[in-house]
Design a protein around this ligand. Structure first.
Ligand code: AMP
Ligand code: GLY
Length: 420
């Protein structure tokens, strides 16, 4: 039997730990640092998710058989590199390969070099050059901080005044610190947005079902961009023609490209895709599972997650991955003030779940005097499963109504673009 370590502390890691725990091969699941809301499935290890040396020391000392890395911060800190250096099996890309997420400019270079459809764009460090480019291309437009800004470094100005103010804000007034010292200005793509996650190891690419996230804070896609306020799956199943096309035109060429560049990718590769009139185009890659996408995709995964990962890492041919029928809808309970200034410390209710229809994945939670309290912008994800989308949604919202409490808010329209 195996001992696995999940690195991270959010709802995604709770979902990975929950699914990992179900594996026929796994006896113990550890999460570093995790959160108290994961104790149902995992042992918490008090090491920060970016402390790569300490994590590798601990994994070595505790004879961990497989490490699964959740967040981008761990990847950029070189946790996978450290594990590899010690000969510990790890699912998650090296620092070099994780640049596909960590640097939007790097991602664009790879996409252009390997013919992957994406928005037309240009990179700037100088305010005057950026402003004159804006004059040339006009609005609507998309302005992105080049580095990691926790999903918040993207602005979609509708007027030229807004666009110019944003450029000045990022390049001159350092709104995103170093992450915004370089910006990418790109074409605004029109169409529905989908998240496609694949299991990737070198040239091996195995797609999951596509999910749809909801990035804006409030109903009707209003308010500021967030890390994600809710998601549902599948939009397109793993076996669909749409998914096959996206793999062929986007995910496989990028995986192959990273191999050619001498930085092969291992882990969950996430394509943020927009289905335009000309087909799928990429707006970004992430080097990890999406959050909250993980919380709606993993409950539908029928195969043993650890089996799939081990087969990917082996010399064996790619595994066939089985999915449950039906849908999963996940709604994020957020702290009032999220994403700018989340107010935390509110007591949370304990609500019973029935895993055949609903689940709770905990993210920003802590324990205070024996009571679970909110402790982050995104507190938890309430998920519902159902044979139909409507049933899954009803299960998710029934659960959320039982959970919601003072100091929190959530979107009431998750899945509003669902087409059936
Ligand atoms: P990102 O952090 O790159 O995922 O961007 C955050 C959000 O901004 C995305 O989820 C999209 O909804 C939106 N977005 C980013 N790039 C574009 C684009 N080129 N065209 C239209 N919308 C975009
Ligand atoms: N939900 C989007 C992300 O994980 O980046």
């Amino acid at each position: 039997m195996m001992k696995i370590l999940i690195v991270g502390k959010g709802g995604r890691e709770h979902a990975l730990a929950w699914k990992g725990k179900q594996s026929a091969q796994v006896s113990e699941v550890y999460v570093a640092p995790g959160n108290v809301g994961m104790k149902d499935v995992a042992h918490l290890v008090n090491i920060n998710e970016t402390a790569s040396d300490e994590l590798a020391n601990w994994a070595e000392a505790n004879q961990i058989d497989l490490v699964i890395i959740g967040p981008e911060s761990s990847l950029v800190a070189g946790v996978a590199d450290q594990m590899q250096a010690r000969g510990i099996k790890v699912w998650g890309p090296t620092q070099a390969a994780a640049q596909i997420e960590g640097s939007k400019d790097f991602a664009k270079v790879i996409m252009n070099r390997y013919g992957v459809p994406t928005a037309a764009h240009q990179t700037f460090t100088q305010v005057d050059e950026a402003l004159s480019y804006l004059e040339k291309v006009g609005v609507p437009i998309v302005i992105k901080a080049d580095g990691l800004a926790a999903g918040k470094g993207v602005v979609l100005p509708q007027t030229m005044d807004e666009a110019k103010a944003c450029v000045v804000d990022m390049l001159e007034d350092n709104r995103f610190g170093d992450a915004g010292a370089r910006i990418v200005i790109e074409e605004f793509l029109e169409g529905n947005e989908y998240s496609l996650m694949c299991f990737v190891h070198g040239n091996k690419v195995v797609p999951m079902m596509m999910a749809q996230d909801h990035k804006r804070a409030y109903d009707n896609d209003e308010g500021p961009n967030t890390g994600g306020m809710g998601a549902y799956a599948p939009c397109f199943t793993a076996e669909s023609e749409e998914t096959a096309i996206a793999v062929k035109t986007i995910m496989q060429p990028v995986a192959d490209g990273l191999v050619k560049e001498g930085m092969p990718f291992t882990g969950f590769l996430y394509g943020g895709l927009i289905l335009t009139k000309e087909g799928f185009k990429t707006i970004e890659f992430n080097a990890r599972f999406g959050d909250p996408e993980a919380e709606v995709i993993l409950p539908l995964l029928e195969s043993d997650l650890v089996d799939v990962i081990l087969t990917m890492l082996s010399d064996n041919p790619v595994p066939s991955v089985a999915w449950q029928s039906g849908y999963c809808v996940g709604v994020v309970l957020a702290s009032e003030g999220y994403p700018e200034q989340p107010e935390t410390g509110y007591p949370l209710k304990t609500v019973a779940v029935d895993e055949s229809i609903n689940m709770i994945f905990n993210a920003g939670v802590a324990e205070k005097a024996g009571q679970l309290v909110s402790n982050g912008g995104r507190i938890l994800v309430a998920t519902g499963l159902g044979e139909t989308f409507d049933e899954a949604k009803a299960h998710a919202y029934a659960l959320m109504k039982a959970i919601e409490t003072e100091g929190t808010f959530y979107r009431t329209d998750i899945g509003h673009r669902f087409k059936g």
